[in-house]
Design a protein around this ligand. Sequence first.
Ligand SMILES: *Cc1c(COP(=O)(O)O)cnc(C)c1O
Length: 233
Amino acid sequence: MPRTIAENVAEVRAKIAAAAALSGRRADEVTLVAVSKYVGDAEIAELLAAGCRDLGESRPQDLWRKAPLFRDSSPRDDQPRWHFIGHLQTNKIDRTLPLTALVHSLDRESLIQPLQQSAQKQSLVVPVLLEVNISGDESKHGFRAEELEPLLAKLATLPNLAVRGLMGMAGLESDEDKSRREFASLRELRERLQKNCPPNVQLNELSMGMSGDYEIAIEEGATIVRVGSALYQ
Ligand SMILES: *Cc1c(COP(=O)(O)O)cnc(C)c1O
């Protein structure tokens, strides 16, 4: 029998709690972003009913449609928070920013000025994560680790972008050990950068881990996991 979304959410939460305990943390120190990019409105309503408030979308057009719908149908003091986790084209920035609580995927230098300009024009301060290509896969977006230090110095001068941390994905070909090393490398990168961090840049968040590897990611220090398909089996 197919499992309900509520059952899947409960199981994922239990596994998050167990993995957090293994890394000496409480379950509420890890944010579950329920990735809703695969599903329609009925399933999103089930996610909200199951207590998921952080939802992830990777296509701007889907976010533009879903976010206003669920803003209007959710209580004012209990609004969903939308996370943008996909590749953001510059012509989609203006409509995406006002709907987004956290952009996980600042993945290239050429996105920085357009993001800053759009945020400024709309009087927003936009929380962002820098996406790092931790696997080295050619197919993956993101900065190389060496690029980050000068990048943080530049971002620190931009008043409408608020850096909150780093995001990474394990390689497509990575087995458990390799994924673990890739996640650990993102945590270590964060620790190195924190030693010399410009003021008003924060690196508290580590967004890493998806359905296949979120427990490993949490053991290696993830503060945010982005889980999709495990919620819909
Ligand atoms: C789709 C997606 C996820 C969720 O992946 P699942 O394996 O279905 O959990 C997480 N992060 C990003 C960036 C995605 O695009």
